[in-house]
Design a protein around this ligand. Sequence first.
Ligand code: NAP
Length: 477
Amino acid sequence: MICVSLCAGNGPDVRAGMEEARKAGADLVEVRADFLHDRNEIRGILEGKPLPVLVTLRSAREGGRFEGTDDELFSFLENAASAGADLVDVEWRRSRSFSRGNSRVVLSFHDPAGTPEDLSDICARMQPLPGDLVKVAVRARGTSDLLRLLALPKPAILVAMGEFGEPLRILYGRYGGAMTFASLREGEETAPGQLSISRLVEEYRVREIDAETRIYGVMGNPVSHSRSPELFNRVFRHLGVNARYVRIPLDDPSLFRKGVNALDLSGVSVTLPHKSALVAALDEFDPAVAEMGAVNTVVVRDGRLRGFNTDAPGAVEAIREAASRRSPRGISVEKALVLGAGGVARAVAWGLLKEGTRVVIANRTLDRAEKLAAELGCDFLPWERRGDDAPKIVVNATRMGMEGTESPFPAERWREEMIVLDAVYTPRWTPFLREAKAAGAETVDGVALFLRQANLQCLRFLGRPIPPELLQGFESA
Ligand code: NAP
């Protein structure tokens, strides 16, 4: 069930919101009465309601605005129940018997600041009456908090606030959750991390998720910039595959396997900063993964994790193609500067070395450049001297540019004959690429790399590539 949470300050706006929520596909609405300027309006709001209504008067202690006494709270809930509320929220810590009429109770526990250590004890002490629902809504400060929430007894309404909770907001039904809360529109969230009803219904098609739905996701930290969910969900829809793709923030690589199991994942795109660390978590891998020491694609089969790397072939293909637009010589005779020493730098440098290209690595932290160069058998440069050499190929594999302000390459060193690849793809036009283009260099943006590696990843996930029309539509967006 999808419940749209409404936090308007007056009756007419709440009623308009109810109607809009109905049209958007909500199953019920939550009226956050702690936002109402005049709580007496609740009777008028419930009269002629177009959808079932959950009435909530959230206390300040649990993240709401109500600062009154228990007597005021229960007198309000009795009033709402007698006026036809289908459900009323009763905070477990304040719970007592009251005249609930025909209303069902959502017995709730909220912690807007974190996930208490004794969460399972709290749940064990929550004693709903038959027909009532239990709701546990906590702030997930990390991946382990999400995993603890997923391990709670079901059925229940489970909400993990904040970005770490996003998989549960979308896949709640898949994990035994009874309901998810959505905002009516973007920007009208009543809790951190809440998604809008249109994203749940249209982008993630949550209504069609069932026990057979295969789940894929991008795991890393951060993952909010990732466009993989947008791309793969379009691919699944287009190909009629019963699968969904979500963002799964992973702040601790040691929780990778536990997360894969708890979320019942069929495949993972690994992203920064875990591409190297997660090689050790795999059961099997492509020989290339062992050689380069970075994984970006994990396929789960019969509980075993198999790793691949699609960044390396994707980047080499893109650079080769860009170079061929300038000269038929190929890239084996050229010299490449790879900026960065993380997972992508490792994959791109390895791929170029395999082509016979001379590779030099420069990284902000010199030790990492030195170590990576030693592992791969190539040269390295101190970061301050990264513009000194005269490479033909320049690759940005740092995070610089994600904020849209900084370039990792000195502007005065660009030359027209250069071939330039930026791994950063949000934003698409980084200062690095803009400056290279202005100097007349041949550029490949991060979206082109993203699509190439995603296409190879799709082959691993589904055994077939991304339909060309989807790639073209995405590239020109
Ligand atoms: P990573 O393992 O976390 O490595 C990040 C690299 O960026 C490190 O070398 C780090 O240097 C450097 N860095 C970070 N902030 C910096 C700064 N302010 N100045 C200079 N260097 C800085 O990340 P990754 O997985 O390799 O990803 C790198 C980039 O590629 C990310 O932007 C990611 O979004 C992008 N990416 C794109 C695609 C695609 O398909 N287009 C695919 C994957 C990743 P230190 O060692 O000094 O910390």
